[in-house]
Design a protein around this ligand. Sequence first.
Ligand code: SF4
Length: 381
Amino acid sequence: MMKTMGLYVHIPFCKKKCYYCDFPSYGNMEGRYEEYVCALEREIENRGRFCEDWQISSVFFGGGTPTVLSIELLQRLMTKLKESFYIAENAEITIESNPGTIEKEKADALYKMGFNRLSMGVQAWQNRLLTTLGRIHTIEAFQNNYQLVREAGFDNINVDIMFALPTQTLADWKETLERITKLHPEHISAYSLIIEEGTPFYEAFQKGELLETEEELDREMYHYAVSFLAEKGYRQYEISNFSKTGRESRHNQIYWQTEPYLGLGLGAHSYFNGSRFHNTYELDQYILAYGEIYLLEEEKEAVTKKAAMEEFMFLGLRMTEGVSFDSFFQRFGIEMTEVYGKVISHFVKSGLLAQTDKGIALTRRGIDLSNQVFTEFLFDK
Ligand code: SF4
């Protein structure tokens, strides 16, 4: 039987950088798109040679904003992937996009070239908040792009939204949730804003020009979203992810279930053949390496059994169904309770974990204090 894994393809370009973003992406770099794609095509080809006995169950074009690339460049990448890897017929093939980067021709072309899932970052329904975040689009542009991709044939759409934004009120957040659910996307990701070092938001925060949202309001917004989305038929299957039945993201689940995946492109991370590594984060170096794997890979490390157990627990516990005793035993040949019995009973007693005869999962309170729980599953704290 063939082994299965996911592919992640990183496109590190955006029209313009948002003020809060610390993802590996560059704004205003149109001049470099083509040379990047050439290098990426070579990497796809070279990596594909080592993956002949792997079937691909999910492909995810992430960024950045992959849809800033022209139809021709995206088509070239898709063709190269199909030539170089064995992509399962029913594979989930996702592309991330941002409003303002899709017109009718591109929406139709994306669907025709084989993407069957589209993820769109809208973040908030209020134009004043979109301006504060440094987003390139308005809510009207989002509505237009959403309609275009539906008309193109996409029947599996994710919408990213954010809470705990500067000056965002609970009423704003409720309006965002209401308006988004009225569009009936199949999947919604709802993340709270983290002010990351090295971003314009961080500088403004340091100068006192930007205030962090109070923890209490952050939690109120989160809890409201969880119950509101449940009412609207979205099952929460992970701390920040909600979907209609059967529309959970395969790509996301590969990460949380610590299954293998290969990252292609600038700075892309991989978990493959028992090792974790990532490609160089330097754009010039990536392009110059021209797909030569030994020039791209950095910090390659075999994942020890201990590290694999830790990851299995803290990534697995992100999912609402938690981690099962059986799957732990199948993966590691030892009972979960033998390794983590003390930690588990401590958190069950304090109400942060719920235990059944099948496994363990975070409780509602455990989700709010998830980082505290995850830390305790590390061997060297
Ligand atoms: S669109 Fe996304 S990746 Fe691009 S700058 Fe904004 S937050 Fe970052």
